[in-house]
Design a protein around this ligand. Structure first.
Ligand SMILES: N[C@@H](CCC(=O)N[C@@H](CS)C(=O)NCC(=O)O)C(=O)O
Length: 215
């Protein structure tokens, strides 16, 4: 059986988990911390999570690669449109969400979530990058009701991995959620959090945090 490796605090782990649940693909979870140990690097060459253990001695890393593989290898419940341009639009949204929002905001996570300290220069640079990223997202996103249009797609899995942490990190560092002035984003995330797949993933995340606090 497929094994999703990582931990439920990881937004990219949760992205793949939402896709697996939406596609009704049976899978197990392996709690696997990030590490640079040779055994980990043999399974995930950058030592990052998530990765997918295919159960045949092979692993696949990088969340976007994993979800695209799942959609091709398990076509019964597709999460990509058929039309080539519509497919490209889904990938375009995922790229913008991850490169121009999540990756930009990641420089703030140390201070926002883990008691670290970001430099003033980093904060100023990220603020500019996020302003551009938010503008770009709003230009591309449909929110009708899903991010790429009428159907739930892989871009919605990416969106849930990006919008929430970016919003939380910007609120923590700048005192203002970068999506605060855009109620369509809040309506969208509210709808998504009520969706059974997403709710399950966030309930598991909460349970994981509580279990860590007990230890
Ligand atoms: N581009 C990667 C990003 C994965 C990623 O950065 N995962 C974080 C946890 S959320 C991680 O493994 N961090 C440890 C590290 O960067 O060494 C993907 O989409 O899978």
């Amino acid at each position: 059986m497929l094994k999703l490796c990582g931990f439920p605090l990881s937004n990219y782990y949760n992205k793949v988990k939402i896709a697996l649940i939406e596609k009704e693909i049976p899978f197990e979870e392996e709690n696997c911390p990030v590490s640079q140990e040779p055994a980990m690097l043999a399974r995930s060459p950058m030592g990052k999570v998530p990765f997918l253990d295919l159960g045949n001695g092979q692993c696949l890393s990088e969340s976007e690669v994993i979800v695209q593989y799942l959609d091709e290898a398990y076509p019964a419940k597709p999460l990509m449109p058929k039309d080539p341009l519509a497919r490209a639009r889904v990938r375009e949204l995922s790229a913008y969400l991850e490169l121009h929002l999540e990756l930009a905001a990641r420089r703030l996570y140390g201070e926002a979530f883990f008691g670290g300290k970001a430099t003033e220069q980093a904060k100023q640079e990220v603020e500019k990058d996020l302003a551009k990223g938010v503008q770009a997202l709003l230009q591309l996103a449909k929110f009708s009701p899903f991010i790429a249009g009428a159907e739930f797609t892989l871009a919605d899995c990416s969106a849930m991995a990006s919008i929430l942490p970016v919003g939380l990190a910007s609120k923590a560092i700048y005192g203002r959620d970068v999506f605060a002035d855009h109620p369509q984003v809040r309506t969208y995330t509210g709808m998504m959090l009520a969706r059974p797949s997403v709710k399950k993933v966030y309930d598991d995340r909460k349970a994981f945090i509580q279990s860590q606090q007990k230890n």
